[in-house]
Design a protein around this ligand. Structure first.
Ligand SMILES: *[C@@H]1O[C@H](CO)[C@@H](O)[C@H](O)[C@H]1NC(C)=O
Ligand SMILES: *[C@@H]1O[C@H](CO)[C@@H](O)[C@H](O)[C@H]1NC(C)=O
Ligand SMILES: *[C@@H]1O[C@H](CO)[C@@H](O)[C@H](O)[C@H]1NC(C)=O
Ligand SMILES: *[C@@H]1O[C@H](CO)[C@@H](O)[C@H](O)[C@H]1NC(C)=O
Ligand SMILES: *[C@@H]1O[C@H](CO)[C@@H](O)[C@H](O)[C@H]1NC(C)=O
Ligand SMILES: *[C@@H]1O[C@H](CO)[C@@H](O)[C@H](O)[C@H]1NC(C)=O
Ligand SMILES: *[C@@H]1O[C@H](CO)[C@@H](O)[C@H](O)[C@H]1NC(C)=O
Ligand SMILES: *[C@@H]1O[C@H](CO)[C@@H](O)[C@H](O)[C@H]1NC(C)=O
Ligand SMILES: *[C@@H]1O[C@H](CO)[C@@H](O)[C@H](O)[C@H]1NC(C)=O
Ligand SMILES: *[C@@H]1O[C@H](CO)[C@@H](O)[C@H](O)[C@H]1NC(C)=O
Length: 493
């Protein structure tokens, strides 16, 4: 206590006495002498009663019901052991083609403002011409096409697993287990609150889908420790978030998109919070990524063991698994020393092994740049990965039963694998694949930047094996699907 006080007042004296050298290189004249100083003295040790301030007695009107309680559904977990009653993804009565042919730009998309002034008469004061849903039509907060329905149904499968998953970790691990991972009772309350957020998200999506909305299922989780639970959560929320960014702006219903973006903003905060609990750099990117629906479904399905009898099925594809043999282990002081197959299982999002020898673990290290205990942000002096790193790959062949009741089947329409596609931030980058066996090969991590100063590859990001290096951008990324041989997740940072 004394030491801290001493440091603060010394610093303030120094500030007042002379302008310090700039703290931010290239940002000069930052020597404003602010009049306020932080008072020093002991912190309070007894609390309340407070001042009695003006207030009235107020009662909330009845709130709309939720589709689930705070803790819900499955009390059993584990793999599915029965046999499927139905097989394969949902299909339309007719399927018109195998691929969407590319077209030139939309002929109406030509607006360019030459003079910075409104180009059209304004509908009302302070309101420029244009926009969708701005002409007075009454909003209808419902899905408006098969595309909307299948996309939100996928989103709902995701909300349901999150609700169960966050509660499951809190239920299976003790307070002591959490403390060993550096997480306090307040952190557990925070995770419990995130589970409750999912009841709201599930309610919203159910309401926008109608009475055929998917319901809670039973799950089969990969983690064995609190660290692995947190690692799995930061992976699962990563594709939960990115899965929605990928389709949000393609939805027919702008109203549904409005509500969904307001829920996915919360999901994004969950992802960053789990990264903070894992003690990795909290936000090592400038942009979040969008991925196609079939990617999110590929990542999610292996963790759903069974769903109730009349559960609504999904149209999306399950791609074969692409596994990273040398997936960087965030529990290691030296990520370069990650051993082959240092994940706890062979599903794509299985967490990294946290039960490595203590002298190799960063969890209890007390040194800036090396600790990976929970923190607002960690500066990993030895990054998990770096451009040029060899990445060893193993991929499964199609035809594997996955997902609820083992009733979906992995498939691909691509030819032989030739490239590794790296989907991160705003970018899709291809690197050549060197094939070393029937299921194995390697590539080198690329070095490209989004904009100068922002390396594209970082955080938990998406990798696919493809048969060609077709040029795609965030709004037409789903056209990669016919070229995908297998799909993986990379712990780049
Ligand atoms: C209002 O805008 C919507 C698109 O947002 C359009 O479909 C509809 O025809 C418009 N209605 C009128 C009366 O202009
Ligand atoms: C499944 O059955 C339940 C109970 O009968 C019903 O409420 C729900 O709407 C059904 N779901 C579908 C997709 O038909
Ligand atoms: C999945 O399996 C469970 C247990 O065998 C069964 O109760 C359920 O009806 C099955 N669901 C589907 C969609 O077939
Ligand atoms: C990890 O490996 C790379 C490539 O060989 C090397 O440049 C880097 O220094 C290594 N990291 C550490 C901390 O030794
Ligand atoms: C995790 O790593 C430890 C130490 O290397 C090893 O003994 C254990 O088998 C690994 N666990 C799994 C599930 O791979
Ligand atoms: C961590 O290291 C700092 C500086 O060496 C020291 O002041 C602090 O007490 C250490 N914390 C723990 C928990 O060991
Ligand atoms: C943070 O890590 C970078 C390397 O990624 C290193 O250059 C920098 O000195 C580190 N800062 C601190 C405070 O450890
Ligand atoms: C990811 O970002 C962190 C924090 O800025 C940095 O230390 C690390 O080197 C980056 N990793 C890659 C692969 O660029
Ligand atoms: C990454 O995306 C940005 C924005 O679309 C683009 O300008 C840039 O060229 C891309 N960089 C790479 C390496 O693909
Ligand atoms: C995707 O969009 C980009 C423009 O952003 C275009 O150059 C490319 O040809 C498109 N790809 C396909 C397959 O339509």
């Amino acid at each position: 206590m004394f030491t801290k006080t001493f440091c603060v007042s010394t610093l303030l004296t120094a500030l007042a006495a002379a302008a310090p050298a700039p703290q931010v290189a290239g940002y000069p004249d930052a020597d404003a002498s602010f009049p306020a100083t932080q008072p020093v003295g002991p912190a309070p040790t007894s609390f309340g009663p407070d001042s009695q301030i003006p207030a009235i007695h107020t009662v909330a009107p009845p709130a709309p019901p939720r589709v689930s309680s705070d803790v819900t559904g499955a009390t059993s977990h584990g793999p599915f052991s029965g046999s499927p009653t139905t097989t394969g993804a949902e299909k339309a009565s007719t399927t018109l083609a195998q691929m969407i042919p590319p077209l030139p730009p939309n002929p109406t998309h030509t607006y360019y403002n030459q003079n910075g002034k409104p180009q059209q008469p304004a509908p009302i004061p302070y309101t420029p011409f244009g926009g969708l849903g701005t002409n007075g039509t009454e909003p209808r907060y419902m899905v408006n096409s098969d595309f909307d329905y299948e996309s939100l149904a996928l989103g709902l499968y995701q909300e349901w697993i999150e609700l169960d998953l966050f509660n499951n970790g809190l239920a299976v691990f003790s307070e002591e287990d959490f403390l060993e991972a550096g997480l306090t009772a307040e952190d557990r309350a925070y995770i419990a609150y995130m589970a409750i957020q999912e009841t709201g998200h599930a309610t919203l999506l159910t309401n926008m889908l109608g009475h055929t909305a998917p319901v809670q299922c039973t799950y089969n989780y990969p983690f064995r420790t609190v660290r692995e639970f947190i690692d799995f959560n930061q992976k699962l929320t990563r594709w939960g978030e990115s899965g929605v960014w990928g389709f949000l702006n393609h939805l027919d219903s702008r109203e549904a998109a409005q509500m969904l973006s307001q829920s996915i903003a919360t999901e994004a905060r969950q992802q960053i919070s789990f990264r903070q609990m894992l003690g990795v750099p909290a936000m090592p990117e400038w942009f979040e990524t969008g991925i196609p629906q079939s990617w999110a479904w590929t990542y999610l399905a292996p963790y759903i063991s069974e769903c109730p009898a009349n559960q609504t099925r999904l149209i999306w594809q399950n791609f074969p698994a692409l596994l990273i043999e040398n997936q960087p282990n965030p529990n290691r002081v030296s990520p370069n020393d990650t051993k082959p197959w240092e994940t706890v299982g062979r599903r794509v999002a299985d967490p990294s092994n946290s039960t490595i020898p203590p002298e190799e673990s960063c969890v209890n290290v007390n040194a800036t740049g090396y600790s990976c205990g929970p923190a607002i942000s960690r500066n990993r002096s030895e990054p998990l990965s770096f451009p040029g790193r060899q990445v060893d790959l193993y991929w499964e062949l199609p035809g594997q039963a996955v997902g609820p009741n083992n009733s979906y089947v992995t498939s691909t329409s691509a030819g032989a694998p030739k490239f590794v596609a790296w989907v991160s931030q705003l970018n899709l980058t291809y690197t050549p694949l060197t094939v070393t066996g029937e299921h194995t090969g390697f590539t080198y991590q690329p070095a490209g930047e989004v904009y100068e100063g922002d390396p594209a590859v970082n955080n938990t990001m998406f990798v696919a094996l493809t048969d060609s290096d077709v040029f795609l951008t965030p709004f037409n990324l789903s056209m990669i699907n016919p070229h995908v041989v297998a799909l993986g997740l990379y712990q780049a940072g």
